[in-house]
Design a protein around this ligand. Structure first.
Ligand code: C2E
Ligand code: MG
Ligand code: MG
Length: 698
């Protein structure tokens, strides 16, 4: 029973339902409702204007999409945070939809928006887990590759590399290091047991305190098992190793290690030592070379100055070393030099300091004792000059000595120059074997140098001319020819003898030009003589060896038109020493041109008569040294007679040089000499004087 008033001003719906009529309907939320109830609810909904309408799906969808995009764009770290944000968004979306539905008759379909959020969550998870794994995998591969490569580089490194931890434990070593220190199990060992002490100490010092500045390489000498010494260059650097504390902790700590980079520099070191040895020592003899000797000499000079001791510097030359090398070969030359050095070193008598200052010159410095005088040099001469037996060949050496004694030592260079000057003088003059330095030698050498430079300008300056000395027939004193003798009148130095300038010109080769000039000038001037006399021109050996004498003579004939039959070429015996000149062939060529040969200065040189029949001379010129004051010396007469006899046998005439007195001329005439030359018949004179002389005689 319902109290009255309940339904006042209300509409009442009366309905009935019956199960058997199947008037029951399942509805959302309220499960099963009878049909009348549904109708009542429907009517009520319509009366209240609350019929639900769908809407806002796109807005929800767009909002979800925006969240997704924002997540992608912003730097939110970690997949969990991202998925949490997405879940919150989904909840918020649903709450908004519910409240909208509650407040307004609007139902918002959120499925598509949720789908988007779900998709976003899935992609976040995939990205965070899947991509990360992939990247991790790639990174691991890369790391492994680079580790492998670094391992190869480490092991194959040209340098030995050893890593030492604090405490001195070797934590890594490459193959080169193992070979270098001859130890196969370096790693794990205490560095002190396996590495040189200096190296270990430096490594530990670097570990204890980081060095300031750049590491500097050092070199140590390490003994090897085989006893050989070995030089190792090394540098120690310090580096910090990063070690993780534990698997979870992200904190890291560092540990210092010393990295030893080592290199075997034995070969470089040895070649540097060899070079510095060669800079001071002679490789063949083991004696000091000129540099080393100069240094030594400077030291000796300093101590001699302190004690007031006189010093003597001796130089000696193996005069015939070139010939020995030419005939036996360089190795014999070297062995000979070595053998000489051994004798010098082993000779106990003198406390001399010997050096090999050039290929053929040895030098020494010793304290000079006046009572020893030249005894020192005589002893050295005896010791060194004794024959050598080298590989079965017996070798004799010819020695020249030059020395200087000084109580006022200037400099090493000075002493070497002075003793060298004395030696050079002995070598040039070959009069004696030993010479002491005198101050004149310096002056002579300076003059020689001056003449040498001036000589080159002499022809151009017209300072050279020819003088002619008559050759006479002793039977009637008639002039039969003239010898052209070169004269040099220097504009400042005055007349310079050919005895002085010809050897200089021979030494520097300028004689080739001078000789050609003399041939041309002589022929040209001889053509102006009143009678067709013979012309003799002196030829130096150097003109055969360095110049093309045949062509020069031929050219002179062609240029001047001088008849070749009137020309005599004067050559000296010195020409026959050098076998290489091919002399016979060239003399034949010159003879074919029409000229004749005179053998000049006969009796002064080698006086081996073997070459006289070989080279056909037309005249032998007996040297003026045989014409002494009265020619009464029995030996001189014997020589003159012998030469006359020899000349007769080979159909040659004899010219006697240096006749100064009528007495000499008479004596020579009696002995049977045919031709004479000398001041008696005329001094060397100018071409015009000779013409006047000839005109007078006629
Ligand atoms: P030589 O060819 O034996 O010349 C003879 C030298 O003896 C000349 O000296 C001459 O002046 C000198 N003489 C001549 N008669 C007498 C005398 O009665 N008594 C003395 N004491 N001496 C006399 P000169 O002119 O000083 O020449 C010296 C050497 O210089 C020459 O010796 C020759 O070997 C060389 N010579 C000169 N002119 C030339 C030249 O044009 N070419 C070459 N290659 N050498 C030359
Ligand atoms: Mg001559
Ligand atoms: Mg002569």
């Amino acid at each position: 029973k319902t109290p009255p008033g309940v339904f006042f001003e209300k509409k009442v719906i009366v309905g009935a339902s019956a199960q058997e009529l199947r008037d029951l309907f399942p509805v959302p939320v309220h499960e099963i409702l009878p049909g009348s109830m549904i109708q009542a609810l429907g009517a009520e909904t319509l009366l209240q204007g609350r019929a639900l309408e769908k809407g806002g799906e796109w807005i929800a969808f767009t909002a979800a999409l925006a969240v997704f995009v924002l997540l992608l764009l912003t730097n939110v770290e970690g997949w969990a945070v991202k998925t949490a944000i997405l879940a919150l968004c989904a909840v918020a979306l649903e709450l908004v939809a519910i409240s909208l539905q509650k407040s307004f008759p609007v139902i918002v379909p959120t499925a598509s928006a949720h789908f988007v959020l779900l998709l976003a969550a899935a992609s976040v998870v995939f990205r965070e887990l899947g991509l990360h794994k992939l990247l991790l995998h790639i990174a691991t591969i890369r790391q492994r590759n680079s580790e492998r490569m670094l391992g190869l580089v480490f092991d194959d490194s040209f340098d030995g590399i050893i890593v030492v931890k604090s405490g001195g434990l070797v934590s890594a070593a490459n193959q080169t290091a193992r070979t270098l220190f001859q130890c196969d199990d370096l790693v794990g060992r205490n560095a002190r047991q396996v590495l040189p002490a200096e190296l270990v100490e430096e490594a530990l010092a670097v570990l204890a305190a980081p060095p300031a500045g750049k590491p500097v390489p050092s070199i140590i000498e390490a003994a090897q098992i085989d006893g050989k010494r070995r030089f190792i260059e090394y540098v120690v650097t310090r580096s910090e190793r990063t070690i993780a504390n534990s698997a979870r902790s992200k904190k890291v700590r560092t540990q210092a290690v010393a990295c030893l980079t080592c290199r075997d520099v034995t070969l470089e070191r040895e070649s540097v030592e060899r070079l510095s040895y060669l800079a001071r020592y002679d490789a063949v003899t083991g004696l000091e070379n000129r540099n080393g000797f100069e240094e030594k000499l400077e030291q000796v000079i300093v101590s001699a100055q302190a004690t007031g001791q006189d010093l003597c510097v001796i130089q000696f030359a193996i005069v015939n070393l070139d010939q020995i090398i030419a005939s036996l070969g360089f190795s014999y030359g070297d062995q000979l030099r070595h053998a000489i050095a051994v004798r010098l070193k082993n000779h106990p008598a003198q406390k001399a300091h010997w050096a090999a200052i050039s290929a053929d010159v040895f030098a020494c410095v010793l304290d000079w004792q006046p009572d020893l005088e030249f005894g020192v040099i005589e002893t050295v001469k005896q010791v060194v000059a004794e024959d050598y037996n080298i590989e079965g060949a017996r070798i004799s050496v010819q020695l020249n000595f030059g020395f200087v004694v000084t109580d006022n030592p200037a400099s090493a260079e000075d002493l070497l120059r002075k003793s060298g000057n004395a030696l050079a003088r002995v070598r040039r003059d070959s009069q004696s074997q030993t010479l002491a330095f005198r101050p004149e030698l310096d002056e002579q050498l300076q003059r020689r140098r001056l003449l040498e430079t001036e000589l080159f300008k002499a022809i151009g300056r017209d300072e050279i001319h020819l003088a002619y000395q008559p050759l006479v027939d002793l039977s009637d004193n008639s002039v039969i020819g003239a010898e052209a003798l070169m004269r040099w009148h220097h504009r400042e130095l005055g007349p310079i003898s050919p005895m002085e300038f010809v050897p200089i010109a021979e030494e520097n080769g300028y004689i080739v030009e001078l000789g050609a000039w003399a041939l041309n000038r002589g022929m040209k001037e001889a053509l102006s003589w009143p009678s067709p006399l013979r012309l003799s021109v002196n030829i130096s050996a150097v003109q055969f060896s360095r110049g093309n004498l045949v062509a020069t003579v031929k050219e002179a004939f062609e240029r001047t038109g001088f008849p070749s039959a009137r020309l005599d070429l004067e050559i000296t015996e010195s020409l026959f020493i050098d076998d290489d000149l091919d002399l016979e062939f060239r003399m034949q060529e010159l003879k074919a041109l029409g000229c004749s040969f005179s053998l000049d200065d006969f009796g002064t040189g080698y006086s081996s008569l073997g070459y006289i029949p070989k080279y056909s001379f037309s005249k032998i010129k007996l040297d003026k040294s045989f014409v002494r004051q009265s020619i009464s010396n029995r030996q001189d007469i014997t020589v003159i007679e012998a030469v006359l006899h020899l000349a007769n046998g080979y159909d040659m005439s004899v010219v006697v040089e240096g006749i100064e007195t009528a007495e000499q001329a008479d004596k020579l005439r009696q002995l049977g000499c045919q031709i004479g030359q000398g001041y008696l018949f005329g001094r060397p004179m100018s071409a015009s004087s000779l013409s006047a002389h000839l005109a007078n005689a006629a």
